[in-house]
Design a protein. Structure first.
Length: 477
């Protein structure tokens, strides 16, 4: 309390609680890289709305996704848990027999119990059977696709040849509530996704302007196959990917303008991030890591470090750049604290990062992070700016020519990475193993790894964790 009073006396904004419960808007892109926004160094296209959002709020430089892949990252974001703790791994395919368990409490469920209206407009990807869909996990409204937009019976170029490797997939549904409302069958259909989801999101805000709401907008783009509507196609100097990014920025701008028009900006916390790094082997249809090592599907920084921008007018100091360590698993406890909602009954891994949002550069709510991948492989651990990568077989994009115009290039999934210690402050590209120079740091992070293994396990060493929980099982497999 004394600290809040001091900040007020100094004329600095603080995260205060208005008499009316604050609205929450969470926008998450798909496969957007660390270097894909103007404020993070993007070139040949502009993202003025997000750049302005960063200027009027806080931008993080060490924000990590829970894992570097779709379903796992989303499970972590919505439950505040490492996804492997709750049995979610990889990217779930159509008709998956597993999904998010009914006993796991999502942000939507916690806020709904606190009087919020909840809506999701975009990609779900935590199970496509009815028992796994959003309406059964805390959301009042849902319009979107149940899994990734490339899980459809259409080839990379938009055709349907007889030898198409994707013909095993069903048609891609656009779901409203619990049932398909239509199907996305062509690349032209894909081009309309951002427009549709933006319109639905704005309507949701307008309908609920007099009551607290939680809007979750997980845009399926720029995950391949990418496409932009006619209003943005051909507008950037970076080709179709730049066009998609400009349309995405427009979408964010429309949301922010709606808040201003309805006089909701000062009572709405707006969050922008990505589920993981870019899918780099798609070349000119993929994003940028901003020079970080590797990309999607790896536990190196290019796979898990993503943009993170937060704005809340009058409550968060403007123009901050925050270098504190944080992750999308921290959003649930932070949102619960801000909205005065209860935390889940079961153990979570996220921490409250309000102090970082407030501009406290000395705060360190998250001191450590576990980089798990695949089913339950502990591939790295981090403490502060120190990161220990354990020996593991993994994906590498290095040494392979990326694909072009929607087609993927080759990569290797079983590269034998050796154990290495990195000082990310001096070596953000993770190129120089300093294990011999800092043996005490090596030992400290090895101990941290053993703590993670004891609790959540490690398939690489065939260690079962003591506190893992199972994913949900389909009712009629």
């Amino acid at each position: 309390m004394k600290k809040i009073l001091l900040l007020a006396l100094l004329g600095l904004p603080t995260i205060s609680f208005a008499q009316k419960k604050p609205n929450i808007i969470l926008i998450m892109m798909d496969d957007l890289g660390y270097g894909d926004l103007g404020v993070y160094g993007a070139s040949q296209y502009q993202t003025p709305n997000l750049d302005k959002m960063a200027k009027e709020g806080v931008r993080f430089t060490h924000f990590l996704s829970a894992q570097a892949v779709c379903s796992a990252s989303r499970a972590g974001l919505l439950t505040g848990c490492y996804p492997n703790r709750i049995g979610i791994a990889g990217a779930l395919f159509p008709n998956s027999k597993v999904g998010i368990d009914a006993e796991e409490e999502t942000i939507a469920e916690l806020l709904k119990a606190n009087g919020y209206r909840t809506g999701i407009f975009g990609k779900w990807h935590l199970g496509d059977r009815k028992e796994f869909l959003p309406l059964q996990h805390g959301f009042d409204e849902y319009v979107g696709i149940p899994y990734s937009n490339d899980m459809w019976p259409v080839n990379y170029d938009g055709t349907r040849p007889e030898n198409n490797p994707k013909k095993i997939h069903p048609e891609l549904p656009l779901i409203r509530g619990n049932e398909p409302a239509s199907y996305i069958k062509t690349l032209d259909d894909q081009a309309q996704i951002t427009q549709i989801l933006t319109k639905e999101s704005i309507q949701f805000i307008e309908k609920n302007k007099a009551k607290p709401f939680f809007l979750y907008l997980p845009n399926p783009m720029p995950h391949v196959p990418i496409n932009a509507s006619a209003a943005f196609k051909g507008k950037s100097k970076q080709g179709l990917y730049g066009d998609v990014m400009m349309e995405m920025d427009w979408s964010v701008g429309q949301i922010l303008q709606t808040l201003k028009r309805l006089h909701l900006a000062e009572n709405t916390l707006v969050i922008f991030t990505s589920d993981n790094g870019p899918w780099q082997n798609f070349g000119n249809h993929a994003g940028s890591t901003g020079g970080l090592r590797e990309a999607k599907g790896t536990s190196f920084e290019g796979g898990q470090r993503v943009p993170f921008i937060v704005q809340w007018k009058g409550h968060i100091p403007e123009g901050q750049v925050q270098s504190g360590l944080a992750s999308n698993i921290d959003l649930l406890p932070t949102i619960c604290a801000i909205t005065k909602s209860p935390l889940p009954k079961k153990k979570i891994d996220g921490v409250n990062i309000q102090s970082l949002l407030q501009g406290n550069t000395d705060a360190e709510p998250r001191k450590e992070f576990y980089y798990y991948y695949r089913t339950n492989n502990l591939e790295a651990v981090r403490k502060g700016t120190w990161k220990l990568v354990f020996a593991h077989p993994g994906r590498t994009h290095e040494g392979f020519m990326p694909g072009q115009d929607g087609f993927p290039g080759p990569l290797r999934e079983d590269f034998p990475f050796k154990q290495a210690l990195y000082d990310l402050r001096r070596d953000p590209g993770e190129r120089y193993d300093v294990s011999e120079k800092y043996p005490e740091k090596l030992a400290e992070l090895q101990t941290l790894g053993n703590q993670a293994r004891a609790e959540i396990g490690d398939d690489l060493l065939k260690i079962k964790g003591s506190e893992n929980r199972a994913a949900g099982k389909a009712l009629n497999p």
